[in-house]
Design a protein around this ligand. Structure first.
Ligand code: ADP
Ligand code: MG
Length: 306
């Protein structure tokens, strides 16, 4: 059994709101898995069920093959959790909090902890109540990355961090992956997930609408092709796999289905190519396929999703 996280038809309702609607999520050991969806899609609810903080109404959830609700205490020694809005014990210092969380988990590597404090530029001597949101976030991140655990559950963990610290966070996730840890990283920011994750699951209204590697998802999507030709191209106008074609003299721009790419490139080559740019679909474009209508209806700016 190689899945660290597995949910099957997981359902969670809050009154009339169905937050999880038969969610099937699977994360393999050692993988960094992106959990992507806009606000309200059900990411935090799924993670809270996996943490045993919420009880599901239907379906199954497993962590390391165990039941997150019944076996919470044992499971929590094997994982670290960072939410998007960290609450700390007001009277404990950051350092005390990190060490306490460490003892609840498998223990803290003290050298690693000190190194992380430095990298995140965090003063561990302040009391919990006096930290800013960003610094509370850092306390939780240092505690999580210093813990000797198999699984990191990170629920929009960078929401309070500035870009510089976002880069430190990215390095830490990569180091965790290199150390063999399994990471579930929820986000509504595609670029973050795109840079870090082996596989991605896209959640919409409490259900997974797409899951796979970025390469697999790109395969479903269109590449953007721009070419400067030597002679006019032929056979692109009515090509099934060519979309949004724009021809300006010898400059050609279009979006091309993955399956039509070699044929389209052959046609361009036949016309003679003076310049060529071909960009794979970004995760953002893939995401917009599932969410475009919904986000537009909410008046959300394309490209962010928040
Ligand atoms: P995400 O983390 O993807 O932004 P959430 O899991 O927080 O989404 O929320 C999913 C849905 O469940 C939303 O409609 C949200 O309003 C609702 N919800 C979440 N937690 C509660 C709660 N404790 N009580 C009532 N509704 C909730
Ligand atoms: Mg959330």
């Amino acid at each position: 059994m190689n899945a660290v996280i597995r949910t099957e038809h997981l359902v969670k309702r809050f009154g009339r709101v169905t937050a999880l609607d038969r969610l099937d999520l699977e994360v393999a050991r050692g993988e960094t898995h992106g959990f992507l969806g806009p606000n309200g899609a059900g990411k935090s609810t799924a993670i809270r069920v996996l943490l045993g903080m919420l009880r599901s109404d239907e379906g199954r959830a497993e962590l390391f093959g165990a039941d997150p609700w019944k076996d919470a205490a044992e499971l929590h020694r094997r994982l670290a959790y960072v939410p998007g809005d960290v609450a700390l014990w007001p009277g404990l210092t950051g350092g005390e909090t990190i060490d306490l969380l460490g003892r609840l988990r498998g223990g803290v590597d003290k050298r690693r902890r000190d190194e992380l404090l430095e990298r995140f530029d965090l003063d561990p001597r302040k009391k919990g109540r006096s930290y800013s949101k960003g610094n509370r976030q850092k306390v939780a991140l240092v505690a999580a990355f210093a813990a000797d655990v198999e699984l990191l559950l990170l629920d929009e963990p960078t929401s309070g961090l500035d870009p510089l610290m976002g880069a430190v966070f990215n390095e830490c996730v990569k180091e965790a992956a290199a150390a063999g840890r399994t990471v579930l990283l929820s986000s509504h920011i595609m670029s973050e997930v795109e840079a870090l994750c082996d596989r991605v699951s896209i959640i919409r209204k409490g259900a997974i609408v797409e899951t796979g590697t970025l390469a697999e998802m790109r395969h479903l999507s269109r590449s953007r092709v721009r070419a400067t030709l030597k002679t006019p191209a032929r056979g692109l106008e009515d090509h099934e796999g060519v979309h949004d074609l724009r021809v300006d003299g010898l400059d050609v721009e279009c979006n091309v289905d993955a399956g039509a790419l070699d044929d389209v490139l052959a046609r361009l080559a036949a016309a003679g190519v003076a310049g060529l740019v071909c960009e794979p679909a970004s995760l953002e474009q893939i995401f917009m396929r599932f969410y475009g209508d919904e986000l537009a209806a909410k008046g959300v700016q394309e490209g962010n999703g928040s």
